[in-house]
Design a protein around this ligand. Structure first.
Ligand code: FNR
Length: 369
């Protein structure tokens, strides 16, 4: 269908399913085991309801914000998703170019199909990029990668902490890994690639499962970028992150792809914000809480922001958009979200994101504890 028939982010998923190879669809869409967490990520948003305010002169609406000190036209960033060339020959560059045009921030994945430098070279001088890091067993490889990224102007480091082993994504595992040229330019130093267990396992064998809290000071010593831990789910860990001196956390279950049955970021948000409030100022300008998983609409993001998130990540939404339509698809997806923000904020009675507050949502159906 023509691009202008896309009315929401779900529409891109339907088109992508039709155009992707069976293997690419399996890798992109799959989640772990029963896919309970995957479905829950989406379902959780339906347990939060708006309590809109009226008569506030909502003529002009501004959904822009600052994410880790970087300007963003929306409170949404493009989260890291590996292997963009499985979906489209230009891979991650579709995201980079669209993000530049619309003032959105892209998180570059360690396991991108395009090389890190190709992505940075395709970016604009005033464009902000973040980096997602899988930590190698060979710390020299990791150190070089991080320091190179900082030198090339990357603005923040998101260390993925929920993947000491890749989750059991059975749809993906059923597809034998055949190298079709779309593979990641994976960091040197990896070894023992097994080609018979699906794409995810084949590309991830270099990841260090020994990563621990004691390693955080080392990351602090090799870079001055803000460090954010991606994949936090418990209030205890959120407090440990704060006390470890990192600059933020992403409440995420990795799009349901890691530990199945882990609660959604949205449900964890309320408990984690409450825990953080006991240990310091809130909102804390030195510690950001992000969430991802199941975000497909501006309304989702507004709910998360009202409950204390600084910004939200979108993975599959943009992945499916470029799989279906390349860069134009990503641009259209951002336009759709931008229009949704304008309308939702106007009807909600908030002109800027600063006017959002917890009393504009009823989150009583979330199972907080
Ligand atoms: C991911 N995600 C991910 N995260 C990460 O830290 N490193 C990675 O390499 C990847 N790769 C990846 C591939 C694919 C195909 C998907 C769908 C996801 C997780 C991603 O950053 C994010 O947490 C989720 O995608 C958010 O959920 P939604 O928006 O996809 O529902």
């Amino acid at each position: 269908p023509p691009l202008d028939e896309m009315l929401n982010l779900h529409d891109f998923e339907a088109v992508a399913k039709g155009v992707l190879t069976e293997k690419a669809w399996a890798y992109y869409s799959s989640a772990a085991e029963e896919e309970f967490s995957l479905r829950e990520n989406r379902a959780a948003y339906q347990r939060v309801w708006f309590l809109p305010r009226i008569l506030r002169d909502v003529t002009s609406i501004d959904p822009s914000t600052t994410i880790l000190g970087q300007k963003s036209s929306l409170p949404i960033y493009i989260s890291a998703t590996a292997l963009g060339k499985l979906g489209h020959p230009d891979g991650e560059l579709n995201l980079t170019r669209a993000a530049a045009k619309y003032g959105v921030i892209q998180m570059i994945p360690t396991l991108a199909s395009c090389s890190f430098d190709e992505i940075v070279d395709a970016s604009q001088p005033n464009q902000s990029l973040f980096l997602q890091l899988y930590v190698s067993r060979d710390r020299e490889v990791t150190k070089k990668y991080v320091q190179h990224a900082e030198k090339r102007g990357v603005k923040a480091l998101f260390i993925t902490v929920d993947a000491p082993q890749l989750g059991r994504r059975e749809k993906d595992m059923r597809m034998k890994f055949v190298d079709d040229g779309a593979g990641a330019k994976v960091q040197e130093g990896q070894s023992g690639i097994k080609k018979d267990q699906g794409i995810a396992r084949a590309i991830s064998s270099f990841i260090d499962p020994s990563l621990a809290w004691k390693d955080i000071p080392w990351f602090r010593s090799i870079t001055s970028m803000p460090i954010i831990l991606k994949g936090v789910a418990s209030p205890q860990d959120a407090i440990m992150a704060l006390e470890a001196g990192v600059q933020g956390i992403v409440l995420s279950n990795h799009g349901g792809r890691q530990l199945d049955n882990s609660r959604s970021g949205l449900e964890n948000l309320v408990d984690i914000v409450a825990a953080l409030k006991t240990r310091g100022p809130w909102p804390n300008p030195k510690f950001s809480v992000f969430i991802d998983g199941g975000v497909r609409r501006a309304s989702d993001a507004l709910k998360a922001l009202a409950l204390g998130a600084s910004a939200v990540g979108v993975g599959r939404g943009f992945l499916y958009a470029f799989s279906a339509y390349g860069q134009d698809g990503v641009e259209k997806a951002i336009e759709i979200l931008r229009d949704e923000f304008e309308m939702n904020m106007r009807l909600l009675g908030c002109r800027t994101l600063g006017e959002l507050s917890p009393d504009m949502v009823d989150a009583s159906a979330l199972r907080t504890h």
